[in-house]
Design a protein around this ligand. Sequence first.
Ligand code: AGP
Length: 603
Amino acid sequence: MCGIVGFCSNKEDGVDASTILLDCLSKLEYRGYDSAGIAVLNDGDLLIRKAKGRLSNLINLVEKQPVEGFVGIGHTRWATHGEPSDINSHPHTDVSNDIAVVHNGIIENHVKLRAWLEKHNVKFRSETDTECIAHLIDFHYNGDLLLAVTEALKRLEGSYAIAVVCKSEPNSIVVARKDCPLIIGRSEKYNLLASDVTPLLEYTREVQYIDDNQIAKITPTSVDIYDVEGSKIDVEITHVDWDMQSAQKNGFEHFMLKEIFEQPYAIEQTFKARVYAGKLDLGDITEAVKKAKRVVIVGCGTAYHAGVIARYAIEHYARIPVEVDVASEFRYRDPIIFEDDLCLVISQSGETADTLQAMRIFKKKGAKIIAITNVVGSTVSRESDYVMYTQAGPEIAVASTKAFTTQLMCVYLLTCALIKDETKAKELMAELETLSTKSQLIIDRQKEIQRFAARQFNKPKVFYFGRQSDFAISLESALKLKEINYTHSEAFAAGELKHGPIALLDEDTLVVATCCNKTLYDKMDSNIKEVKARGAKVLAITYENNKEFDTVADTVFHIPETDAYLSPILSVIVTQLYAYYCSVNRGNDPDHPRNLAKSVTVE
Ligand code: AGP
C-alpha cells in the first residue's frame, strides 16, 4: 500500500535529498505500488517529479531532469481514488505549487471537501482524495506550515499519514498521522521519515513512532512533536535491532525464496525467545493466560489462517473454547466479548487497518489483548496489553512465509501456557523444539518440489483440501498460489467435497491433499479416490513413514512426522515452495504480485 518517505538535511552537509528519497522508496517497493514521485525544496523552488509504473521510471526521469536540494518528500502510490497515472501520482500541490503533500490513507469526506474547495475557486488537477489536503493546507497557510497543517487536519475524515513541504519554509517537513503508520528516523545531521522502519535502517537505528493524532515538525537537527491541541509531547527514541542484511536478498533470486529458506532459523528463534532450559517463560502474559475462559482471535489473510490453526490446537490441547474471525468481518458484526476473554490479535506488520479496528473493539469491551506481531513499535504492539514478537526479521516479499510459520510457533507456545496439565505441556514443548530441524529437512529437498512445479505450474484450477488442521493449512496454501501465481485456487474441508466442490473437478484440476492426521487417513483415502475418479491429478502431502497414499495419489511428498495439530508449520513449506516455483515458471515476479500490497493500511 502507499508508502511515504522524507529527508531533511542542511545545505552545508551537501547530501542530495533525491538520492536518499529514491533509495528509501526502493525499500518500500515491497509494499505494492503503481506509481511514484518526489518533491524537493531547492533555493526557494519546489521541484516535483512523478512517474506511473515502476520506481525505475521515476529514477530514469530524475536522471534526465535532476532535482537538487537537501529537503524533500517521496511517495509510492497504490491507487485507490483515480487510476494509476502521472497526474494522480503524489506529491500533490496547491494551486500555486507552493505546498506539496504525500499521503498514505483514504480521505473519506473528499467529495464534500472537493465541492467546498471548488466553490473557493480551486481547480483540481487529479482525481485523488489527497489533492484536497494540499489545497486545504494552502487555505489555512499564513506563514506557519505547522499551524496550517494542524488546521487542515481538523477538516479531514478518514485515515492518513502525510508529509508536507512548503517553498516558504525550505528547512522543514511537517508530518501527521491518523490510522496509518509513520516513523521518524533520528540522526545527528539529518532526520528522515518513512511508513515503516525498513528504509530508515541504512541511515539510522534511532526512531520515533508517531501516534495517531500527532503532528511533528522535522528540521535537519530537530523533531518537535505536538498533539492536535498544539501542546508539545515527548516521544521516546527507540533503538531498532534489525540489520540491513536481513532486508537484502543475499544472493537469492527473490526475497520470497530467501524468506522460505530462513524459516528453520526463524522458527528456532521464536521458540528460543520464550523457552529457556526447557521452561516456558511468557513473562507477564502468563497471568493473563491463566485467567482465560475463552480465546477470541482476529487477523486478516495469512494471519487469520494462523488463527484458524490456533483454534484447532488450543481447543484440542487446552480444552478452552476459541472463536476466530477475519478482522474485517469481526469489526462490523457486533461481536460478543467478555472481560475475561483473552483476545489474540495476529498481524505481521502490526498496521493492518481492519485488524487495528478489531483490536480497538476488544479494548472497548475491557478484554485483555495479546498481540502476535513481527514489527517492534507497530501500532498493534503499542496498543495491545501484551506482545509476543515473532522473531522472523523483516519480511519483504508480499506473500507471507516466515512471518506465518513464526506466528504458528507463537500460538503453539501460547497453547502450552494454556494447558493445565504440566506433563502434557512439556511433551508439546519438546515436540515444538524439533520443528526447526524438521522444517530444514523439507527445505533440503526443495528440488523435488521445484521439479513438480515445473510440470504443474500451468494448471488452470488447483484445489487444496484436508480435514481439521489439514483443512486450515489448505486455506493458507490456496492463498499463496492465488497471490503469486494468479491461479484460481480454492481450499475446502475434504468432507465438503460431495456437498458442492466435486462439481468443479475435471482433468484440468490439480488437487493438493494434505493428510497429516493419522486418525483421518482412511477418510482422506476415500476423498482422494473420489477426486481421482473425476480425472483430477492429486499431490498428497503426508508423513515420511506413511505409504498409504503412495498408490492412490499421483505424487506424494513426505514430510517429517509430528503431531497432527503442529503439522501445518511443516506441510505449508511444501505449498509455499510449490507456489513460489509455479510463479517463477510462469514468469511472474513473486516478490511484487499484481494488485497486492504488503501492508494493508486502509480498509
Ligand atoms: C499474506 O501472504 C498476505 N500478503 C496477506 O494476506 C496478509 O497476511 C494480510 O494482509 C495481513 O497482514 P498483516 O499480517 O500484516 O496484518
